[in-house]
Design a protein around this ligand. Structure first.
Ligand code: AOF
Ligand code: ZN
Length: 330
């Protein structure tokens, strides 16, 4: 199952914003095939695995490891549980049950009814976290939120004046691009938009996958204070949505999920928007890039994390220290 986790993370950098599901087929301790689901609407992990599997004979002596319960519903693709039954796999090890009510438990029942040995609940928490944004969508019915900001060593995210300060370095910048690549939307408040004129798109990373699209750029602008230039609405940039940011944050995120279909967004500031999200308890992951060489002494303080956020790791990214927090998933 560890290998499943590694597989599902493939191609997405060390911290995977949205890696979804992995599957590995094993016989006598040897890996026969592997698959993963990495594109929304694309083939599920099991489908990819079986589509790529050569002729390895009957599979009754094989174990299939999957990080998520195989699906039992006709969605964008036919049910994976049926595929596993058709292929005659002997044993299936399931990391965690699917939180999707259309599936939850039904996939496992379907396998068991067909006489397959099924083990459920191996590295459950890891498998849940691997698929964290999907968990938030299913359990809370809202878009998942990753909050990200850069701060000085003494904890300021900006000068508080009209002067724009560049805080994080090149490695951190490259890392942000790999994270943006996994997002459906990038959110900023109108003050940040007007002051920084951020492009909010993905640049300089491999975008070979043809299905991939630039994330939607979402500006929270309740009073129409934003200045929007025509060139900012075109080019290699995602769609630009100007949204009322004065509404209740949980409500806004439910709307973004249910009406707009956004699974996961990265919120890149500023302080007001981030604080409002923390106060509403709607931040799921936090990434802070704290620059070792920059000190401001005064300015806009970084937001306070809401209770229940746990530090997962600290690592060096060039001149920045990258801290990563997440909250428990239910
Ligand atoms: C699996 N294997 O690799 C994944 C599963 O919209 P669809 O058709 O892609 O179906 C999405 C649902 O399928 C999703 O809500 C979750 O319940 C399940 N995900 N299941 O057997 C996979 N990604
Ligand atoms: Zn499936």
């Amino acid at each position: 199952m560890r290998r499943c986790l590694v597989l599902a993370e493939q191609g997405r950098g060390k911290v995977s914003p949205n890696p979804m599901v992995g599957a590995v087929l094993v016989r006598d301790g040897l890996v026969l095939g592997e698959g993963w689901h990495d594109v929304f609407g694309g083939a599920h992990a099991e489908r990819m695995l079986f589509d790529q599997l050569g002729d390895v004979g009957p599979l009754s002596d094989c174990i299939l490891y999957v990080s998520l319960e195989p699906c039992s519903h006709f969605g964008k693709t036919p049910p994976c549980a049926n595929l596993i039954v058709e292929r005659g796999v002997g044993t299936v090890v399931v990391g965690v049950l699917d939180p999707n009510p259309k599936v939850s438990g039904n996939g496992v029942s379907l396998l068991r009814e067909a006489g397959i040995d099924v083990v459920v609940g191996v590295l459950e928490d890891e498998c849940r976290r691997l698929n964290w944004s999907f968990w938030v969508n299913q359990r809370l019915g809202r878009t998942a939120v990753l909050a990200k900001w850069a701060e000085t060593w003494d904890g300021f995210i900006g000068s508080g004046t009209s002067e724009r300060v560049k805080i994080s370095g090149a490695e951190a910048g490259a890392w942000v691009m790999t994270m943006r690549k996994g997002m459906d939307g990038i959110v900023v408040g109108v003050n940040t938009w007007n002051l920084d004129r951020p492009q909010l798109n993905v640049r300089g990373v491999d975008r070979a996958n043809g299905v991939w699209k630039q994330p939607v750029r979402i500006i929270l602008d309740g009073h129409g204070r934003g200045v929007y230039q025509p060139e900012e609405e075109s080019g290699d940039l995602g769609p630009l949505w100007v949204v009322d940011g004065h509404r209740d944050m949980a409500d806004l995120l439910r709307w973004l999920y249910a009406e707009k279909g956004l699974g996961v967004v990265m919120v890149e500031g500023g302080a007001q928007v981030l604080s409002a999200l923390f106060e509403a308890g709607t931040v799921d992951q936090v990434h802070v890039l704290r620059n070792k060489n920059r000190v401001l002494g005064e300015g806009v303080r970084s937001p306070k994390l809401s209770a229940g956020m746990e530090l997962r790791w600290l690592e060096d990214l060039g001149d920045d220290e990258h801290g990563y927090w997440e909250r428990e998933l239910l």
